[in-house]
Design a protein around this ligand. Structure first.
Ligand code: BDR
Ligand code: CA
Length: 308
């Protein structure tokens, strides 16, 4: 199996991504590293533990950064509720986090398994940036980074910036300038994947506790998208990452040079993507541009159906 570390800020779509990975024998989840993001670190950590509890998984969970490298912290209670995982019944975790910082865990694992570990961040890139700065030797040893964040077009937190990029642009810049093999799924891809009522119902129809958990997550997640965009469901951003690892045939990718705007103006946090190759700079990322949305949701449902 491919070895992965999921770095996340759960978050409804982060939680679905974790369940998708845990249900997939093609992947070995070495650990979950948690970062601040949708809500504060205390809650994102708890939500990782809660999600693990739903499927009684023993995957280790490590706490990481509680704030961005430079900027003040932002958060997204408006999208994910006060808990960060509002909607379903949340079981109380029976186990806590492991000792040690998330960045340290990433460093140890990459050093122990050179060229084998894929990092899958679905929140601000702070933990990865810390790891890359603390231990630059690991950068060429990482198999690849598969990130949900940014956008080749408009943002969702400002007109220019997507939430994960805006939440720590300096960290994103460290990762994008590191030379690590990089795959990016931004809003331009995730906005093709709307979890409308029929797709939500298909999870409920599984008739399992985990199917109900996912359906309840998606229902709550839909509310913000209804209000803001007039869509009939939430854009299921984060699971694009694990889905791509499992079924790259569902995606259209394009190599691009992507720069992160770390200035303070209206473009702050923008992932400036050279779609038309006007800069002459060599691509530093494979960027998701097209998604077979039905295939994507079928895959997730088929995997969630395996979980009890
Ligand atoms: C991203 O921001 C968070 O709210 C989601 O979990 C996703 O990672 C989308 O902009
Ligand atoms: Ca996220």
């Amino acid at each position: 199996p491919q070895r992965v570390i999921l770095d996340m800020d759960p978050g409804h779509d982060d939680a679905v991504n974790l369940l998708l990975a845990l249900a997939s024998p093609e992947l070995e989840v070495l650990g979950v590293t948690v970062v601040f993001g949708n809500v504060g670190l205390e809650r994102t950590v708890r939500n990782a533990l809660v999600t693990r509890e739903v499927v009684r998984s023993g995957v280790p969970v490590y706490a990481g950064a509680h704030r961005p490298l430079v900027n003040p912290r932002i958060s997204a209670e408006a999208v994910h509720g006060a808990s960060g995982l509002d909607g379903p019944h949340l079981p109380a975790p029976t186990r806590g986090v492991e000792e040690g910082h998330a960045a340290r865990f990433i460093i140890e694992q990459v050093r122990a398994r050179p060229h084998e570990v894929t990092l899958v961040p679905t929140g601000p890139l702070t933990n990865l940036a810390l790891a890359f700065r603390l231990a630059p030797d690991i950068v060429p040893l990482v198999r690849q980074v598969v990130w949900m964040g940014g956008s080749t077009d408009t943002g969702n937190w400002t007109p220019a910036a997507e939430f994960n990029a805006l939440a720590d642009p300096h960290a994103a810049r460290v990762v994008f300038e590191s030379g690590v093999p990089l795959v990016m799924f931004g809003l331009n891809a995730s906005h093709q994947c709307i979890a409308g009522p029929a797709r939500v119902q298909s999870f409920r129809d599984l008739g399992t506790d985990v199917g109900e958990f996912v359906a309840a997550l998606l229902e709550f997640f839909a509310e913000h998208h209804l209000d803001r965009y007039g869509w009939d469901g939430g854009a299921l951003h984060d699971p694009l990452t694990v889905a791509w690892l499992l079924r790259p045939d569902l995606f259209g990718m394009q190599a691009m040079h992507v720069q992160i705007d770390t200035t303070d103006g209206p473009g702050a946090g923008r992932t400036v993507a050279d779609v038309w190759r006007v800069t002459g700079q060599a691509p530093n990322a494979q960027v998701g541009v097209k998604v077979d949305a039905d295939g994507f949701f079928d895959l997730i449902r088929e995997r969630i159906a395996r979980l009890r």
